[in-house]
Design a protein. Sequence first.
Length: 232
Amino acid sequence: MAKKIGILGGMSPESTIAYYEYITRTYTQRFGDFGYPEIIIYSVSFQPFVDWPSQGRWDLITDTLVDSAHHLEKAGADFIVIATNTMHIVFDKIQDRIGIPMLSLLDAVGQTISKKGIKKVGLLGTRFTMQNSFYADALKKYGVEILVPQDKEAEIVDATIYNELVKGIISPASKEKFLGITQTLEGQGAQGVILGCTEIPLLINKEDTNLPLFDTTTIHAEAALDFALRTD
């Protein structure tokens, strides 16, 4: 029997949908049937997770996500994925307070980049993802160095995520801005770019540039599917 996947979602709805869709459709593409693992989704109210980071209330974020993870645990999930990049800032604190394993997005991304032999990557995400060191710290053990946009470009990325992408708004003008920012990162030595917000792949993808893009949504969702199907 496959392990039951718990998705801690709602941050935002678009990314939660993408995880569910990727896991179920990828299973069917691989095996030709509809026997994908059972999936339990706990969708939080997103507004506090927009407000609290700006207030520095990572304690409230941790407590609320721990409570949410307990709901998944009680519902029968065998392991949990947090369907967002930024909240991995408190990943270890959540893991310490629950009784089932969580599958880290950061480890899945680090392993994927390392297998490609890439040593330096750009990172696009919310300002909390780009400004904090949790990504750089996690990928250091895979021999990967992180580059982030300069302040003005970082503001564009963050504003686009919160004002457009989490609302399902896809703007051609924003797409051009993001592709320009990836070119700037490439000019600084980036051999690829991490789409470090689970909504960014809604805007740009590998067909838009020759620079390798690492879609954290699909990387993490595929890792969840693989882990669910493991028999060990």
